[in-house]
Design a protein. Sequence first.
Length: 188
Amino acid sequence: MQHEQDPTYAKPEPNTAAPSPEEAEAAAAAQAAEASASVADELAALKAQNAELAEQYLRAKAEVENMRRRTEEEMAKVRKFAVEGLAESLLPVLDSLEAGLAVQEATLEQIREGAEATLKQLQSALSRHKVLPIVPAPGDKFDPHQHQAISMVPAEQEPHTIVAVLQKGYLISERVLRPALVTVAAPK
């Protein structure tokens, strides 16, 4: 092995000859098997993810359907029993009217007192349910959102102001239930 110590000696290169067709085929098959395994793993992961997403979708869809059904049931109950509180408040008024009519020998003064007491009960019941009167004063500016002009009359006051209230209006929770019927001062 003296030639290995000789500086002019060139070391032989490893065998870099082309692989045999069988070796090349085996290497290609190994690469294909590796790629196929990788694709199979990726496909399995995607299938699992798809199954999980499909289950989440079905759960969300069922939850939305249940919420819609519960909301419909609640709305049906609200519609059905919406006037329950008001009706309960009006029962004492009904009782008072029936009691007043049951009295056979009432004087005019007793009838008036009974009617006034019943009116106060009715006003109280309505105000508990936020049904409030709209009673503009003469001279107030006409508001088409709360007042309905029946006529315009000549008057010694500002134009488009209220001259007289013919019928009270009513609000329910700040929404006009019925506008007040009024006459309005005509422009001069």
